[in-house]
Write a protein that binds this ligand. Structure first.
Ligand code: SAH
Length: 207
């Protein structure tokens, strides 16, 4: 499948809607984030193995989650589970030079892979993306609070640290078991929650 066909399918299926997100899907090439032997499959709408028992997320799921996240130019976003770096690159393209993406990955080799994949876009050199080798289940307190938080690995429940590290008025989009949960932080202690059922994710490893 070709890139344009995948994007058309995601638009006609109602998954991709926002011009800035569609543009990011066009500019950031998923081929640059899959292993060499899987380049021909880069535009099929499925997760693909990236080694270490992990996958680059399915385009449909990434489109759906980014539309829920509503990332905007200039925002500071925490991205948990950097994996191949594809979603971090999409986010970087959307937040632009005035924004900042902190992406956490617990597997060192994947952290390096993400950095390598991101190199051709210059996002790290420009200071838009920082990939951290750490346990993201605790969030990343050092740079908190965040406008938005997104996770690519499925938790049993949303960690309290993520809720604490979100700005009031901010939004968190994360997989919980086989659902995608959206939390809006409406005050220091109050959250509004929505749940979308029927997805699958690699597990969030809590050490
Ligand atoms: N957005 C990535 C998705 C990768 S899959 C992409 O499109 O390529 C999810 C990733 O979460 C895996 O790389 C896995 O190693 C990572 N992960 C799982 N538990 C984690 C944790 N506690 N902290 C940081 N990363 C974690």
């Amino acid at each position: 499948m070709e890139k344009e066909k995948l994007i058309r399918d995601l638009i006609s299926g109602g998954y991709l809607k926002t011009p800035a997100i569609i543009e990011a899907f066009q500019k950031i090439d998923r081929q640059d984030f899959v292993p060499p032997e899987l380049k021909l499959q880069a535009y099929s709408n499925e997760p693909l193995p990236i080694g270490h028992l992990q996958t680059i997320s399915q385009p449909l799921t990434v489109a759906f989650m980014l539309e829920l996240l509503e990332p905007k130019s200039g925002e500071k976003i925490l991205d948990i589970g950097a994996g191949s770096g594809w979603q971090s690159a999409l986010l970087a393209e959307i937040v632009g030079e005035t924004g900042k993406i902190f992406a956490i990955e617990r597997i060192l080799k994947l952290k390096s892979m993400a950095e390598n994949n991101l190199k051709r876009y210059g996002f790290i050199e420009k200071g838009i993306v920082k990939i951290l080798w750490d346990d993201g289940s605790k969030g990343y307190a050092k740079e908190a609070p965040y406008d938005k938080i997104i996770a690519a690995a499925s938790a049993e429940t949303i960690p309290e640290s993520w809720k604490n590290q979100l700005k009031v008025g901010g939004r968190l989009v994360a997989p919980v078991k086989n659902s995608i949960v959206v939390l809006d932080k409406i005050s220091e202690t109050q959250f509004e929650e929505k749940e979308y059922f029927g997805f699958s994710f690699v597990p969030l490893v809590v050490d």
